[in-house]
Design a protein around this ligand. Structure first.
Ligand code: FUL
Length: 506
């Protein structure tokens, strides 16, 4: 085929514009998911580029889920172990009243947007009738071996409008081939393919990094790249987490994210060799206290949009244990976890382990209901909504719409907001337009009390959402100062709230 010069120019322009993604009405360039620094770049230019690394559409949608649910359920539920040995008989798995619809109903009523199910934990027992091993529900007494937990959970998720994620443990204590790297990789890929192709849409794939083999244990070299390509092929809309390429483990299982939580990190995603080399050279791992400050960026050659997920269990254990029925986390604790995960630029992945009946226990269900009521009561009344402000464009930060934003390009910048009435509040929210990057480095919030500006709180990064709590304060005027930002700051929304009496926010 002969191409005329005009066609060639158009093709080149289209190709160039797909390399550099330019959101409307903003000067580019933006760097989707990652950026490599040209050699010799100044620190100032590196920071400017860091400010323009943006999430891809799946990562952006994922961030908006805010609260998601983990379900740990397997033979451990019946043995009382946290890490099964792999030698359990499949016969042990026999929930007496299994009801995935009850899980989905409770979870969706709690305001969570996704269920991630442990389809296979470290013990190797598969919750679906896999063709790859006899170590599965097919050889259990449950429903005479004709049941499929994965299928029923996916159907329940669809019914209740929840997204659906799969946890598949790479570490497998049952598989004979584990440690024979090529053979186990084939086996694992087969399992993954079944999960990706048998049940419809999968929204998140969670690869656990845990491995308890120890120095004298089996050594398995995982073929991460092939796993990722398989997911791209069969579920291109899914995000991959932890040992995946899109979502980062926050680094603890306490439920608390970092105060300074950059979604743009020098920590390289995934388990591949290139990422391992980068991270080793920089001395970084998921649990490092700092993954994206200027100091870290100075050492880095490449940055990634790699946002944090905070996983924590509603009980002490990840699996159900009867003796923990009265150890379900308190409402105060769960609220605090919410503030310090969702309110620290992360997605909360809260584990709710079903019991031996195959039901979410009444105590957990009650606590989730209380949490939902408490969050609704807190956030239904934004005192700052439609507040008066003289700052040009700042009304967009109080218009109740996430699609609009206030741009600020000189720092420090002060914005005052005045409310028609004097009100009491103890919680401040600020959100950044992360579709165009994460930029704010430092801010402060004050209220005018008895003619004096009183500091309510101050913090570093914002990102998708930052929440700050402080003692109850009564005022009709607040002042937000954006002290420093990597580039133009784009504030989508601010909010001011009062937590219910049942919660002491401080
Ligand atoms: C860890 C695992 O070892 C735990 O059992 C649990 O699944 C947790 C979410 O991840 O790495």
């Amino acid at each position: 085929m002969q191409l005329n010069p005009k066609t060639v120019i158009i093709i080149v322009l289209v190709a160039l514009s797909s390399c550099m993604h330019r959101p409307e009405n903003e000067e580019g360039p933006y760097y989707k998911k990652s950026v490599s620094f040209p050699p010799g770049l100044s620190q100032e230019d590196k920071i400017k580029m860091a400010a323009r690394v943006v999430p891809d559409s799946q990562q952006l949608e994922w961030q908006k889920l805010e609260m998601t649910a983990f379900i740990h359920f397997t033979v451990n539920t019946f043995t009382g172990l946290e890490w099964g040995t792999g030698e359990e008989s499949p016969e042990l798995f026999n929930p007496s009243e299994f009801d995935a619809r009850q899980w989905a109903r409770i979870i969706s009523e709690a305001g969570m947007k996704m269920i991630i199910l442990t389809c296979k934990h470290h013990d190797g027992f598969c919750l679906w009738p896999t063709k790859t091993t006899d170590h599965s529900v097919k050889y259990s007494r449950w429903r005479s071996g004709r049941g499929d937990v994965v299928k029923e959970v996916k159907q329940a998720c669809d019914e209740y409008g929840l997204k659906f994620g799969i946890y598949l443990s790479p570490w497998d204590r049952n598989a004979e081939s584990y440690g024979d790297s090529p053979a186990y990789n084939n086996f694992f890929m087969e399992q993954l393919k079944e999960l990706l192709t048998w049940y419809g849409k999968v929204d998140e794939v969670w690869f656990d990094g845990a491995n308890g083999e120890g120095p004298n244990g089996k050594v398995q070299v995982y073929d991460w790249e092939s796993y990722y390509r398989l997911i791209e092929r069969y579920q291109p809309g899914a995000v991959t987490a932890i040992m995946g390429e899109d979502i980062r483990w926050v680094g603890t299982e306490t439920g608390y994210g970092r105060e300074t939580e950059w979604s743009v990190t020098a920590l390289a995603p995934g388990g591949g060799i290139e990422s391992r080399n980068i991270n080793e050279n920089l001395g970084l791992q998921s649990s490092s206290p700092d993954l994206g400050s200027g100091k870290i960026i100075e050492m880095a050659d490449k940055l990634f949009w790699y946002p944090a997920e905070v996983d924590v269990s509603i009980r002490p254990g990840w699996f159900y244990h009867k003796e923990e029925d009265d150890k379900v986390k308190s409402l105060e604790k769960l609220f605090d976890i919410y503030i310090n995960s969702v309110g620290r630029n992360a997605v909360l992945l809260l584990n709710i382990p079903p019991d031996t009946r195959g039901l979410i226990h009444e105590n957990d269900a009650m606590r989730l209901k209380e949490l939902k009521t408490c969050l609704d009561m807190t956030f239904e009344d934004n005192i700052a909504f439609r507040a008066f402000t003289r700052h040009p464009g700042a009304r967009k930060s109080v218009d109740g719409k996430d699609g609009t934003y206030t741009s600020i390009d000189e720092f420090p910048a002060e914005i005052e907001y005045k409310f028609p009435f004097t009100r009491e509040f103890n919680l401040f929210m600020i959100k950044e337009n992360i579709a165009k990057g994460q930029r704010i480095e430092e801010f402060r919030i004050e209220a005018l009390v008895n003619e004096d500006w009183v500091e309510l709180g101050s913090s570093t990064t914002v990102g998708y959402k930052k929440l700050l709590t402080f003692p109850n304060t009564t005022s009709d005027r607040i002042r937000l100062t954006i002290k420093q930002s990597r580039d133009k700051a784009m504030i989508t929304e601010i909010g001011l709230f009062l937590t219910p009496d049942s919660i002491s926010a401080d």
